[in-house]
Design a protein around this ligand. Structure first.
Ligand code: G1P
Length: 292
């Protein structure tokens, strides 16, 4: 079984749910507590043993390339001012040279198209996909749980979580066949089923482990929901050729591509930080009292 060494991050999305903030700031660069969204998701991948990070970017997204590089002026200033701890924190979080690749998705044809743009960098090996809108608070990291499941059953894995029935039309939804602990055998998958027609309430979270055979399927560039090239449709086809499991992970997710989800992530994750929690608690209590 080949190990999962590479991960694809589709970061070309326009971020329309986060407008107007996302008009000039890439939505993946919006801060959650004290670091950009993309840094949280990259950390999750690193904690799962990923060695090569492939960002599928688009126009207006160059801030991410700068973020994952040295900022010499800043580093020199921090050094001069003796802020060594902060300097160490910033430098140690950087990926090593050659660990990050950037591929450009030149037109917004959908998630399946974004993943397909990374085909040459991924090559002939299984790989992970992490959607950067979602922060998952989990221990071990969500992707690490998926990798462990993959090491057990091989093939392809799609991480799922339960959502209320009223929400199923917003996600990819799987059709479960049988369940063994957290692993679920599936018979199908559908992207954003119209309300009332979802095959289950198990939604695709945005963490995948895929075999490279997904690429020839994506090459056909067939369009699905929203007239976009959907990863979900390609996965449903791959399922007819290869093993495919859903994995019901343990943890909590925050959809930071949505303003309420983003606010909640800031609140929940700062309440977990020992250096911030007491201050955040009293701040929230004060604001609640003030708002009446
Ligand atoms: C994408 C996927 C969908 C998945 C969702 C998770 O949709 O196409 O299957 O459930 O992410 O956030 P999007 O949110 O990009 O429309």
């Amino acid at each position: 079984m080949k190990p999962i060494r590479k991960a694809v991050f589709p970061v070309a999305g326009l971020g329309t749910r986060m407008l107007p903030a996302a008009k000039t700031v890439a939505k993946e660069m919006l801060p959650v507590v004290d670091r950009p969204l993309i840094a949280w998701v990259l950390e999750e991948a690193r904690a799962a043993g990923i060695e090569h990070f492939i960002l599928v970017t688009g126009r207006g997204k160059t801030a991410m390339e700068d973020y994952f590089d040295h900022q010499i002026e800043l580093e020199l200033t921090l050094k001069e001012k003796g802020k060594t701890e902060l300097l160490e924190q910033i430098v140690s979080a950087l990926p090593k040279e050659g660990e990050v690749s950037y591929v450009r998705q030149m037109a917004p044809h959908g998630l399946g198209h974004a993943v397909w743009c990374a085909r040459d960098v991924v090559g002939e090996e299984p790989f992970a996909v992490l959607l950067p809108d979602v922060i998952v608070d989990a221990e071990p990291s969500c992707l690490a749980q998926a990798v462990k499941a993959y090491e057990h059953v091989g093939g392809n894995i799609v991480v799922v979580e339960q959502v209320p029935e009223s929400e199923t039309h917003k996600y990819g939804i799987v059709t479960p066949k049988s369940r063994n602990g957290r692993l679920i055998q599936m018979s199908g998958m559908v992207e954003k089923p119209p309300q009332g027609s979802a095959p289950s309430n198990l939604s695709v979270l945005g963490r995948y482990i895929l075999q490279p055979e997904i690429f020839p399927i994506l090459s056909a560039q067939e369009r699905g929901a929203g007239n976009e090239i959907q990863l979900t449709d390609a996965m449903a086809r791959l399922m007819q050729q290869q093993d495919f499991h859903a994995y019901d992970y343990e943890g909590r997710s925050y959809d930071c591509g949505d303003r309420l989800g983003w606010l909640r992530a800031n609140l929940a994750l700062s309440l977990k930080r020992p250096d911030l929690q007491a201050a955040v608690r009293s701040m929230v209590a004060e604001e609640m009292a003030r708002a009446g």
